[in-house]
Design a protein. Structure first.
Length: 232
């Protein structure tokens, strides 16, 4: 069983991410829908992984810069996006080497929940956004932890190791559960205004074979929580 260092299982994760329900047919379509028309916008993909969201945004006309803490993920992203795309190995928990107001939007897919402390990272993402710019992000839905562990204290920020299998390779993702009120406080203290909170349906073109029986009569499930934040 490996740890949450994505270098250990980057290729397996990237391959699974392309086709699975949670990422390929739920999270990524939802992020693109929230982003809307991005033609000509300067977008930072914070925690870009192997680059599927960055590629989709670029295909919609955005100018994309990406970073990830995993060197192997960045290598895969370069294969996908080409050497002319600005891709860097950076840690979301540290200061970012970008100028103030450098971006119109920041997208952050399923990355913040790997951090115990959101305060400094959110301030940095606010700094690199122009006034009025958007931070569009997804995190593990805070109710998932309580549903899986009914005995857990929902109101406590706590480490929650999640076991997953990607293309037959087992891994443990070290996610921090955080209650909704704590998320909102972190957002507002960093200077963001919440413009939207979403619990979207899965994509309409999701292959039927990917849907478990309990979802075939419903279009929504509790998986991730999505926010659109405006830098003020």
């Amino acid at each position: 069983m490996t740890t949450s260092d994505y270098d250990d299982f980057a290729a397996a994760y990237a391959a699974d991410n392309e086709v699975n329900l949670s990422n390929g047919h739920y999270e990524r379509p939802a992020m693109l829908n929230l982003a809307g028309d991005v033609a000509g916008r300067r977008i930072l993909d914070a925690g870009c992984g192997s680059g599927p969201l960055a590629l989709a945004l670029r295909e919609r006309g955005a100018r994309v810069t990406g970073f990830d803490a995993s060197a192997e993920m960045i290598r895969l992203a370069r294969e996908r996006l080409g050497e002319d795309t600005d891709l860097r190995v950076l840690d979301l928990a540290e200061e970012l080497p970008f100028e103030d107001g450098a971006f119109d939007d920041v997208v952050c897919s399923l990355a913040l929940h790997y951090l115990e402390d959101w305060s400094a990272p959110l301030r940095e993402l606010h700094r690199v956004l122009r006034p009025g710019g958007r931070l569009i992000l997804s995190v593990e839905h805070p109710m998932v932890h309580k549903l899986v562990h009914p005995e857990a204290d929902y109101f406590e920020t706590s480490l929650w190791p999640l076991e997953h299998e990607f293309q037959g390779q087992k891994a443990v993702l070290k996610i921090w559960h955080r209650p909704l009120h704590a998320m909102v406080k972190d957002f507002t203290r960093a200077g963001f205004r919440i413009a939207d909170i979403d619990e979207p349906p899965y994509a309409e073109d999701t292959p039927a074979e990917l849907l478990p029986p309990e979802l075939r009569e419903r279009t929504r499930f509790i998986g991730f929580l999505f926010f659109v934040l405006v830098a003020e």
